[in-house]
Write a protein that binds this ligand. Structure first.
Ligand code: ADP
Ligand code: MG
Length: 456
């Protein structure tokens, strides 16, 4: 897929759309000035000139951009997928840009996620050994392999390492790596277009089938049904299945017993929070890569790695983010006044507000409610109160949806959190949002955007 060509097409479509409307001016100012950067994991990354530009686009044009990209790509490639759009400024985007192009024909495998780059410690040694065993002898040892653990602990890295390793041994291996969300939305699209056969063929022919974050399986019966049959077909054919989740199967809402019991046929590998030594080792492993993508040549004092590792014990992605931030900040300081190396002074000032939020914030019902309110720019007493107008009712329903999805509160308890609403109101709201999520691109983007903010 040539992103520049697709972008031209997207612009042409939007221009037509906005012609002679009040949005024409916004189009020229905010959309035409964006730069397409890269595509990864069904997400298009666009670069904005500065923070204000980024905010404007984020607030107003994300859904239409995502929708137009999806259309343009599907017309160009014949593959129907829902693409998300992420806008950021250059420095942020450079950090997350993939190092090199993924191998042709293999979708969504990041070549940087290998066993070699995976640091093994007590917290993950079992999951690592099981993954290796699977990659060495797929379909025979542990099938399915179910990897679970908290956010940012290396589940995706390990899965992709299995894929990369099998591919290295045999470039013709048919590998499917898909997020559960994409699986579900692709299926719904296939049903809509009466194209289920192609969908089945694609997934049921894999040699290695990996599905990431199964906790996001939707309530729709068709998705669970399809997953169940895909699972059976592959398993019977001796093909390897790898599934990840943030929790053990029996704790995943919406997962039926028959799927849970199939997951139990294989092996469960839990990843725990890494200990301090492992965190330092991971940062040390990542350092050359981070220096490379940030274009920094400055040495980093060992103390700095220890300091960052001491700040958070439950999310490696955050630790990497902290290290990147320090290195970028140091780069700026160095331009101004050359420095010898990155020391604790620079680190402390760069990270002065970095760890504040994650350490005090856990995802509580109150946190979700307040975040949804902030997102829609309404007050908490609005959502808890009696108002029924759309500006308030929709955020309230979305808050209910997230409370149901993320916390383990039941409908009744959710109603209590939101001003004593009854069980059926909450249930109805959750179903409604879920249905819209599955059927409307706009709702999907909205929900995904909020979800990302909740977890970030
Ligand atoms: P998850 O899928 O569990 O949310 P990821 O696999 O996306 O987490 O990992 C988040 C980041 O942390 C990735 O950049 C990954 O490379 C890194 N990471 C996690 N665990 C390790 C490890 N043991 N060794 C090296 N990098 C790791
Ligand atoms: Mg992951």
């Amino acid at each position: 897929m040539n992103l520049t060509v697709i972008w031209e097409d997207v612009l042409a479509r939007l221009e037509k759309n906005f012609e002679n409307t009040v949005l024409e001016l916004s189009f020229n100012t905010y959309i035409k000035t964006l730069k397409p950067m890269f595509e990864e994991d069904l997400t298009i990354y666009l670069c904005a000139g500065d923070e204000t530009h980024k905010d404007m686009v984020q607030q107003r044009f994300l859904p239409i951009l995502a929708e137009t990209f999806s259309k343009a790509i599907s017309d160009a490639t014949g593959i129907e997928e829902h693409y998300a759009v992420v806008i950021d400024t250059t420095s942020e985007l450079e950090l997350i840009a993939p190092k090199k192009e993924s191998m042709p024909g293999v979708l969504h495998l990041n070549p940087a996620y290998t066993f070699e780059s995976f640091v093994v410690g007590d917290s993950n040694k079992f999951a690592h050994a099981a993954s290796r065993a699977v990659a060495d002898d797929p379909g025979h040892t542990y099938n399915p392999l179910f990897i679970y653990g908290g956010v940012g602990l290396g589940k995706t890295h390990l899965m992709q390492a299995i894929g990369n390793s099998m591919l290295e041994k045999n470039p013709n291996t048919k590998i499917i790596y898909i997020t559960t969300e994409s699986f579900v939305s692709e299926l719904i699209e296939a049903i809509r277009r009466n194209n289920q056969e192609a969908f089945k063929r694609k997934y049921r022919n894999a040699d290695l089938f990996m599905m990431d974050d199964i906790q996001f399986i939707s309530r729709t019966t068709s998705a669970k049904e399809e997953l169940f049959h895909t699972f059976n077909t592959l398993h019977q054919a001796g093909k390897q299945i790898v599934i990840s989740s943030d929790k053990p199967p029996e704790e995943i809402p919406n997962l039926e017993e028959r799927i849970v019991s199939r997951l139990r046929w294989g092996i469960m590998a839990k990843i725990d929070n890494p200990d301090y030594e492992t965190r330092v080792a991971i940062l040390r492993e990542k350092l050359p890569y981070i220096k490379q993508i940030t274009g920094s040549t400055l040495d980093v004092d060992d103390e700095v790695l220890h300091y960052i590792a001491s700040k958070n014990d439950s999310n490696i992605r955050d630790l990497e983010g902290a290290l990147k931030k320090v290195i970028l900040q140091a780069k700026l300081i160095n331009l101004d006044k050359p420095i010898k190396s990155i020391d604790m002074n620079i680190t402390e000032s760069a990270l002065s507000d970095f760890f504040v939020e994650p350490s005090t914030k856990s995802i509580t019902p109150r946190y979700i409610i307040s975040l949804v309110c902030r997102y829609f720019d309404i007050t908490e007493s609005d959502v808890i109160g009696k108002k029924k107008n759309k500006e308030i009712a929709l955020p309230r329903q979305i808050a209910m949806y997230f409370l149901r999805d993320i916390t383990d509160l039941g409908y009744k308890a959710i109603g209590d959190q939101l001003g004593g609403r009854d069980h059926s109101t909450v249930m109805h709201a959750c179903e409604k949002i879920k249905t819209q999520y599955d059927s409307s691109m706009e709702m999907k983007n909205l929900i995904n955007d909020i979800r990302q903010k909740i977890f970030e």
